[in-house]
Design a protein around this ligand. Sequence first.
Ligand SMILES: O=C(CO)COP(=O)(O)O
Length: 138
Amino acid sequence: MNIALIAHDKKKQDIIEFCIAYKDILGEHQLFATGTTGKRIQEATNLPIHRFQSGPLGGDQQIGAMIANEEMDMVIFFRDPLTSQPHEPDVSALMRLCDVHLIPLVTNIAAAEIVIRGLERGDFSWREIVKQKKESNK
Ligand SMILES: O=C(CO)COP(=O)(O)O
């Protein structure tokens, strides 16, 4: 599964602690992240992560492009709901694309704790069927 990890600045410590706690589960998947989030997680966990641009410089849109291509299976995005972001339109667009393509999106650590357990159990294997269907329609 391809998993995107993103956190706004005031939530970066949360996502780092989350990734440390669930390193073994996350390590079985292909990880992607916006620039600064990915760098911080990599430093803390040594997990291999494909890093895109920083969010304000287009990272959310790059992850959005993967969603549009059915290349992303899950988005873990710890948003800061109390701070305005210069790239708010990009954030909204990313979440919208998750809804358009039915990509599981969690936006806070409480939901992420539940979803990561589902991931461990294999609850998201239906994503493989979606991808196989896309391949056979090419
Ligand atoms: O701004 C972000 C998501 O909208 C996150 O970007 P960074 O990981 O580069 O800080």
